[in-house]
Design a binder for this molecule. Structure first.
Ligand SMILES: [Zn+2]
Length: 237
């Protein structure tokens, strides 16, 4: 069994590196995607802000049209008023109409003015977001370039490590033990073995019973930590 532990230790030497490299190869593109999504969200916010300004511009145009039509009608009513005979009731009706039209104009102008202030706010916001996007894109381009370089390095390192691992792969490790070892690599972040020093697991720092320590020290069976499940070896053995 000592041979098995020695073989696993030889593998573990590579496998912690392998785990780190594989983790990097997963993490780098994921981080790039996260950063891309953040910029895309900004672009979405900019477009939304732009659209709100545009919608308001349409409203302003509509209000200006309301105002123009009302002014034209006032002129028409004033004209009719000037040409009508001095009928008091009719004059009063015309005057009322003009008053009402002026009220429409004032209301439309007021609303248009409010919208124009809002448009200015949205346009300033759009400009601010655009500047944020530009800055983020610049940082992203550099980050993305670095990711490409780091990925290439990690990929090359992965190839090296896998080739070395093939050479170190001992044919005499029992499949069940090897499977347990490989599972531990995944669940224990690349560290499947744990040194047992003075009855303390050096991976999770639990103290093990004496009989367990004795079994590990004898080296006649593969013994796993009751807490973290890693395969024990005696340090320096
Ligand atoms: Zn442990």
């Amino acid at each position: 069994m000592q041979d098995t532990i020695q073989a696993l230790l030889a593998l573990q030497e590579l496998d912690s590196d392998l785990y780190r490299v594989k983790d990097e190869l997963r993490r780098l593109p994921a981080e790039r995607a996260t950063r891309r999504a953040q910029i895309d969200a900004l672009v979405g916010r900019r477009d939304e802000t732009h659209k709100r300004a545009l919608d308001l511009k349409v409203k302003v145009k509509e209000l200006e049209d309301v105002s123009t039509v009302a002014r034209q009608r006032i002129r028409k009513v004033e004209n009719e008023m000037a040409h009508s005979r001095a009928d008091v009731a009719l004059h009063a009706a015309y005057a009322h109409q003009i008053k009402s039209l002026k009220k429409d104009i004032s209301l439309a102008d007021e609303q248009a003015l409010t919208h124009m202030t809002e448009i200015e706010t949205f346009e300033a916001e759009e400009k601010r977001i655009q500047a944020e996007i530009d800055a983020a894109e610049k940082v992203f381009a550099e980050f993305s370039g670095n990711v490409d370089k780091e990925m290439a390095t990690a990929q090359a390192r992965l190839g090296e490590l896998e080739a070395q691992r093939k050479q170190r792969m001992a044919p005499n490790i029992e499949p069940e033990i090897f499977q347990h070892y490989e599972r531990l690599l995944q669940t224990r972040e690349g560290i499947a073995l744990a040194a047992l020093e003075e009855r303390v697991c050096q991976a999770c720092y639990i103290q093990v019973p004496v009989n367990l320590y004795v079994r590990v020290a004898r080296g006649t069976a593969v013994v796993t930590c009751p807490s973290c499940d890693r395969i024990f070896y005696v340090a320096g053995a």
